[in-house]
Design a protein around this ligand. Structure first.
Ligand SMILES: Nc1ncnc2c1ncn2[C@@H]1O[C@H](COP(=O)(O)OP(=O)(O)O)[C@@H](O)[C@H]1O
Ligand SMILES: [Mg+2]
Length: 302
């Protein structure tokens, strides 16, 4: 990983940055996920992944490989992510989906002894070389698997990140705007001073989305954001995501293939650290080009 200059103290070191740090600590302490597929033997050969031509990509991933210590978990990933679309990352557990997602906002570099090669560009600019990681994480927000609101009020959860990122406008309006975008306003407008923890799991997750939006990112990364939610909360979250893509570029990791087909425009299928196939979601699910994709989506493994 290229050495980034230490940005020094920054107003972005709190707020969403704090959520990121907390999550990075969890990652370091987490037990490593088992690789369910190690007994499956070598994957069948299938030619290069299908790369959708993207005229104005929001994100360009170029030959990205990634290691935790000596273990390589991403292998030469190259893909473009189009703007204002939902891109889904699918694939069996342990294939590197979360790792790639975290590379996209430089969150992995908080993990000791990790290493990245290759390049990641947002709007044509390298996010590692010459970029401030705090600014990168502000522009590229992240919503985690488990809702992780701060132990503060609903209002403060949204306002805090905006404030320390230097927001100068009308905070009440900004909080309302973000809560509306996250489709939560109507449910919380009369209880903004209540603790975030008083909300249901699904509401907490939408609050975390509102908090992410409060620092005005242009990309929102979501790592299995519905996995802790019931079906009704999941449906609400999916609706919210479809709404958000008008303004934001969204990447969602999901193990739920119905969810990928419901909400995403493009889907990337990963297997053992490789990008096997990337295509329009409808194409990938109805006419997969690679036998490994077909095996996965028809439930033969994973
Ligand atoms: N913090 C970490 N330290 C070491 N290995 C890790 C860490 N996080 C994930 N891994 C390993 O990297 C591989 C990819 O994991 P991950 O990106 O979480 O996959 P996915 O999200 O597709 O389930 C797995 O083998 C996992 O055990
Ligand atoms: Mg994961």
């Amino acid at each position: 990983m290229p050495d980034a200059p230490n940005p020094g103290p920054s107003f972005g070191d709190l707020g969403t940055e704090e959520a990121i740090r907390e999550e990075a600590e969890n990652l370091q302490n987490a037990e490593k996920e088992p690789e369910h597929l190690s007994e499956q033997g070598r994957p069948t050969p299938g030619g290069p992944p299908d790369r959708t031509a993207t005229p104005n990509p929001k994100i360009q991933v170029q030959d990205v490989s990634f290691w935790y210590g000596a273990k390589q978990v991403l292998k030469d990933i190259t893909m473009d992510v189009p703007p204002n679309q939902v891109t889904a990352f699918i694939g069996p557990s342990g294939c590197g989906k979360s790792t790639l997602l975290r590379c996209l906002n430089r969150m992995n570099e908080l993990i000791p002894e990790s290493r990245l090669t290759g390049h990641i560009l947002i709007d044509g600019q390298d996010i590692y070389e010459g970029a401030d990681p705090v600014m990168v994480r502000r522009r590229i927000g992240m919503v985690f698997q488990k809702p992780n609101p701060f132990p503060k009020s609903i209002y403060q959860n949204v306002a805090w990140g905006a404030k320390i990122n230097g927001f100068k406008g009308n905070m009440d309006e900004h909080v309302e705007h973000c809560l509306r975008q996250a489709a939560l306003w109507d449910e919380v407008k009369d209880r903004l001073k209540e603790q975030a923890y008083s909300l249901s799991g699904g509401q907490q997750q939408r609050l975390c989305i509102a908090r992410t939006l409060a620092v005005k990112p242009d990309v929102v990364l979501m790592d299995e954001p519905a996995s802790a939610l019931d079906p009704i909360a999941t449906a609400k979250l999916e609706e919210t995501i479809l709404d958000l893509k008008k303004v934001y570029t969204i990447i969602i990791v999901t193990h739920n293939m119905q969810q990928a087909s419901r909400i995403s425009d493009e889907t990337a299928f990963f297997y053992l650290g490789e990008l096997v196939e990337l295509n329009k979601t409808v194409e990938l699910f109805t006419r997969p080009k690679n036998p490994r994709t077909e095996d996965y989506i028809t439930g033969r493994f994973g």
